[in-house]
Write a protein that binds this ligand. Structure first.
Ligand code: HDE
Length: 713
């Protein structure tokens, strides 16, 4: 028997709701053909408009109601369709069918987002990224609503509105948009020691990804797997990008925000359109129930991760995004995630942050999508049919038949009926709870700095530098000295040198940090002091540094070929075919958009002009061979653009290849002072320039040379 292909079924289901207007006449929403879509109905050509004009009124009314409230958080996002393929069965741990049958493919929709900004804000804000996956499984929708950072700012849902109010634009003047660098955010953080681990991540380059396709995804909370026999294991979820985890420089991020605020959205869209389908390995960390208390932190505390050295990540599946949405609003905007969308075999832990989320998501959909029937919007439908006795409400789509809308019933033969666990019915894991009702936090959560230390200690030297600079940038925007002081005091609990370095730059007196052990602020509360003395069981973890990520491919990297008339076609073509052969995307940049004519008459069409784009939109640059082309790139008109392009790419540690006869450009730019160990500046004198260029692009950036490459660009 042929296996059911749910991926096709889901897209068919969605396509039933798409419209193709080719060869079709304009109609009203009632299907009436419209003969004039230019003029309203008037009493005479120059007379007043008539109320009777139902066509105009329908059109304007619909327009007036086109916007829906944006998401309270994660308003800015981009999504795509794809599939999840299970490569290794987890049936031992979970009865979830999509995680049990090896080779099974499940359709998914994934939405990536920033958290703080409005729907129209820049993609390159320093922020956490949402990584939300809806699996359309045969047992119902399963949503894994995670982030690109494995921990969170707070330990209890009670603090979430405070956190979000603090980071959002300040309420009096609505400034700043999509930025944490302001008083209220740091005021809150300075008073919330539990946020320190997350702050280390948020100030690291993880918060300015090169691409959504180059980010990890984490379920963050500890969840539970339940197998067929009812046995429970704890689980943490991971997505690891096949292209590696890569970020841009902060200076670059701020410039991309102006040059192309849709940078991540465009990157995802273009990669999928070009067939460079983004892929992630899906992995799990499994913890037997009996090991719940074996760690030096509490598994229920969402400000902690489980170091991979303590519990390895087992890779069991592949997530691939392969289809762009047909309509942004209908799909990406209207998709409604919820950590409470579960399938049998997966359950929640008692993480108090997760528990609060279980209430929030349905509640927010009611106000955002406006009806309890939001599950009937095509992108939110499950691929198995819904049968229950819920009825009516705004915008009901389903037409249920018969008289029965209650259970138990005899008129409907008792249907729809309750399903047993063995027949796929969901049952919460039975758990003994013998406790007093209490509004308090577990003592096991009072450890705010040990994993912040672990993260900081695991960073490479350039990563540490970026993190320090991010803290300095953010805190210099804080106008109230006492807030800066308190934050630096918190940093002193993590790393004395870090605190001292930041203190100097943000106007905090270092002496204020000088306490008996040289780092603890005088006014620290006793619990924090106790917590500050704790060291993590694992001192350093390779998985936490992007230095150790995958760097073996140039797939989908954007390489700018800068050229003018007279360029050497032979060199251009051979490099272009080499790069494209390895999956990179070559884009021609010239002084203007007129076709460039090469030495042999070949014509190249520029995609960009030197002034319409900027080096920050590229991964690497090639100054195409040819004296005539090089001379034109240095003429009065082009020189500022050419040189700025190069100086900036150099500053951001990118690979640059100077083709034959382009030395003059190299010498004119700041690259001329190149350090001889700089293997990412390639000239025709290199032994195998094209191969070395490929290797340099694959290594992403020469962050270790950042100090030498620093220039005022
Ligand atoms: Fe969310 N979060 N969140 N969150 N969250 C929302 O739901 C909330 C938290 C996350 O692409 C909202 O539909 C509370 C952690 C993502 O559509 C809202 C708490 C993590 C997305 C909401 C948290 C997330 C959201 C806003 C603390 C990482 C975007 C609109 C108790 C594991 C999903 C919406 C998308 C969105 C509430 C904490 C991830 C208001 C109350 C921790 C990726 O319901």
């Amino acid at each position: 028997m042929k296996k059911k292909d749910f991926s096709n079924e889901k897209s068919d289901q969605l396509h039933l709701h798409t419209t193709d207007s080719s060869d079709q006449a304009l109609t009203t929403n009632q299907g009436l053909k419209i003969s004039n879509n230019q003029d309203s109905l008037k009493a005479g050509e120059r007379g007043p408009s008539l109320l009777e004009d139902f066509i105009l009124r329908e059109k304007i009314t619909h327009f007036d109601h086109e916007r829906i409230p944006e998401r309270i958080v994660h308003a800015r996002g981009s999504g795509a369709h794809g599939t999840f393929k299970l490569n290794k069965s987890l049936a031992k741990y979970t009865k979830a069918k999509f995680l049990s049958e090896e080779g099974k493919e499940t359709p998914v929709f994934v939405r990536f987002s920033t958290v703080a900004g409005s729907a129209g804000s820049t993609d390159l804000a320093r922020d956490v990224r949402g990584f939300a996956v809806k699996f359309y499984t045969e047992e119902g929708n399963y949503d894994l609503v995670g982030n690109n950072i494995p921990v969170f700012f707070i330990q209890d849902a009670m603090k979430f509105p405070d956190l979000v109010h603090a980071v959002k634009p300040e309420p009096d003047n609505a400034i700043p948009q999509a930025a944490s660098a302001h008083d209220t955010f740091w005021d809150f953080i300075s008073l919330m020691p539990e946020s320190m681990h997350m702050i280390m991540w948020a100030m690291s380059d993880r918060a300015i990804p090169r691409s959504y396709r180059m980010m990890e995804g984490f379920g963050v909370h500890t969840f539970k797997f339940i197998n067929e026999a009812g046995k429970m294991h704890f689980v943490k979820f991971h997505f690891k990008p096949k292209l590696g985890v890569h970020s841009v420089a902060w200076d670059e991020a701020t410039k991309i925000s102006g040059k192309d605020p849709d940078f991540h959205r465009r990157d995802l869209w273009d990669a999928i359109e070009n067939g460079a389908f983004p892929e992630w390995d899906f992995g799990v960390q499994i913890i037997p129930e009996e090991d719940e208390h074996k760690f030096d932190f509490d598994l229920l505390d969402p400000t902690k991760l489980i170091p991979e050295e303590e519990v390895p990540v087992e890779l069991v599946g592949t997530l691939t995004l392969n289809r762009n949405p047909d309509n942004f609003f209908a799909e990406t905007e209207q998709i409604a995630f919820h950590p409470g969308h579960l399938v049998p075999g997966i359950d929640f832990s008692n993480d108090p942050l997760l528990q609060g989320r279980l209430f929030s998501y349905t509640d927010t959909q009611l106000s955002r999508l406006g009806s309890p029937n939001f599950h009937e919007i095509p992108i939110n439908r499950s691929i198995n049919t819904v049968h229950n006795n819920q009825r009516d409400g705004h915008m009901r789509q389903q037409i249920t038949k018969g008289k029965v809308s209650y259970e138990p019933n005899s008129i409907g033969g008792g249907c729809p009926f309750q399903a047993m666990w063995k027949d796929g019915g969901f049952a919460s894991q039975e758990e003994r709870i013998d406790a007093k009702k209490i509004r308090a936090r577990s003592e096991s959560f009072v450890d705010h700095y040990s994993q912040a230390k672990l993260f900081y200690n695991s960073q490479s030297a350039p990563e540490k530098k970026h993190l320090q600079n991010a803290l300095i940038f953010e805190l210099t925007k804080v106008t109230i000295p006492a807030i800066r002081e308190r934050v630096v005091g918190q940093l002193a609990f993590i790393d004395k040198d870090l605190a001292t370095l930041v203190a100097k730059k943000v106007g905090v007196e270092v002496t204020k940090l000088k306490q008996p052990n040289g780092s603890i602020p005088a006014d620290a509360d006793p619990k924090s002091l106790q917590s500050a003395e704790r060291e993590p069981a694992t001192k350093s973890s390779e998985a936490l540094s992007m230095k150790n990520t995958v760097k073996d491919s140039i797939k989908s990297r954007i390489v700018g070929f800068i050229m003018e008339d007279g360029v050497k076609a032979g060199d251009v073509n051979s490099l272009k075919s080499k790069l494209e052969g390895k999956g990179a995307v070559v884009q021609v940049i010239s002084g203007g958009l007129s076709p460039v004519t090469a030495d042999d008459g070949t014509s190249y069409t520029p995609k960009h002009s030197l002034t319409s784009t900027s080096s920050v939109c590229f991964d690497a640059l090639y100054i195409a061979s040819g004296k005539k082309s090089a001379d034109t790139l240095l003429n009065e008109e082009n020189r500022p653009g050419t040189i700025h392009f190069l100086n900036e790419a150099y500053k951001h540690c990118k690979a640059i290849y100077f083709g034959d006869a382009t030395e003059e450009i190299l010498n004119y730019s700041n690259v001329g002072k190149k350090n001889h160990d700089d293997h990412a500046v390639i000239t025709s004198e290199n032994k195998k320039p094209a191969d070395e260029f490929v290797a340099a692009i694959a290594s992403h950036r020469v962050w270790e040379l950042e100090t030498e490459r620093n220039n005022p660009a």
